[in-house]
Design a protein around this ligand. Structure first.
Ligand code: HEC
Ligand code: HEC
Ligand code: HEC
Ligand code: HEC
Length: 201
């Protein structure tokens, strides 16, 4: 955390204990920042995950808080500070915001908005293993196991009625029903899958 030093030290101790008790080492992973992911996940023929993310809403989520629309919402809500400085807004517009400390992890940039590790989980451990796969050709590593499982709740943590711009009819299901959020349709909108994998190759 950018602001708090003491709890981090305690946490390192907890993780040490957890390690001793035999928990998965992936739990000890730290946030690395999306620029790190770009190094391995931006190949055009594999889905260009970084550029795809960068071109869509999540990457702009923090910037959005500086827009005239956001400032108007902030005024209507009577916020003391502009939205880009208010935890009330920042908490859903950036990655891994921690309300207790009012901060984000060190390597997370506010400007990156809602970035890779918000959904996939802290990536430091994954990166260490990814290097072994790519540079040492280690085939024994299960890379999927280093990533957080993404469920509907991963998204509805932010995509819910607490959002000032929540539209209960934003998504139209196949049968015509309108809902504020639909996991499957929303996933399609942010799709950055690897076409090589999808085709089984
Ligand atoms: C040193 C290279 C490297 C870096 C850096 C890296 N990865 Fe990976 N990643 C891999 C490899 C290798 C795989 C396994 C092959 C594949 O699925 O493309 C993988 C797979 C994945 C997968 C798919 C896992 C699955 O379900 O099969 C996700 C999601 C992922 N990485 C996210 C990230 C994120 C987020 C970051 C940044 C925090 C990141 N990666 C950084 C090498 C890397
Ligand atoms: C940390 C909060 C957060 C999480 C978690 C999150 N989002 Fe978002 N999402 C946002 C914000 C904020 C925006 C608006 C960004 C903007 O327009 O500047 C947004 C916008 C979107 C949009 C474009 C608007 C729309 O609804 O059509 C889609 C699609 C979307 N998110 C899908 C998802 C999916 C799918 C997940 C889960 C896998 C997810 N989001 C997880 C905060 C989040
Ligand atoms: C509970 C999470 C959450 C909170 C809190 C939140 N937002 Fe958002 N914001 C979202 C999501 C999700 C979206 C994507 C559209 C939607 O579903 O509302 C979004 C989109 C937006 C947009 C873009 C609207 C558009 O469709 O282009 C603006 C502007 C915005 N938020 C401003 C704010 C401001 C200002 C605050 C603080 C007063 C705030 N948000 C607090 C989750 C949140
Ligand atoms: C809003 C949530 C969200 C964000 C932000 C996000 N992803 Fe993903 N990512 C997903 C979802 C959902 C999938 C589909 C697989 C799944 O459901 O686990 C996915 C799949 C992937 C895969 C696997 C592709 C495949 O077909 O094997 C990789 C690699 C990946 N993401 C990397 C990234 C990188 C790198 C970033 C940042 C530049 C990023 N993701 C940002 C939600 C997200």
């Amino acid at each position: 955390m950018k602001r708090i030093v003491q709890p981090l030290a305690i946490c390192a101790l907890c993780l040490g204990l957890a390690w001793g008790l035999g928990f998965d080492s992936a739990q000890a992973a730290d946030f690395a920042g999306s620029s790190q992911c770009k190094v391995c996940h931006n190949k055009k023929d594999e889905g260009a995950q970084y550029d795809t993310w960068k071109s869509k809403e999540h990457a702009k989520a923090f910037e959005t808080l500086k827009s005239p629309e956001a400032i108007k919402i902030g005024e209507e809500k009577g916020l003391e500070k502009p939205p880009a400085e208010s935890p009330e807004c920042i908490k859903c517009h950036v990655t891994a915001f921690d309300a207790a400390s009012n901060a984000v992890p060190d390597k997370i940039k506010l400007e990156d908005g809602v970035s890779c590790e918000e959904c996939h989980g802290p990536g430091s451990e994954h990166i260490v293993l990814g290097k072994k796969v790519m540079f040492q050709k280690d085939t024994s590593i299960d890379m999927a196991a280093t990533q957080a499982e993404i469920t509907k709740e991963t998204c509805t943590k932010c995509h819910n009625e607490e959002s000032p711009t929540w539209d209960p009819e934003r998504y139209t299901l196949e049968d015509g029903t309108k809902v504020g959020f639909d996991f499957e349709l929303a996933k399609k909108k942010i799709d950055h899958s690897n076409p090589k994998k999808a085709s089984g190759g």
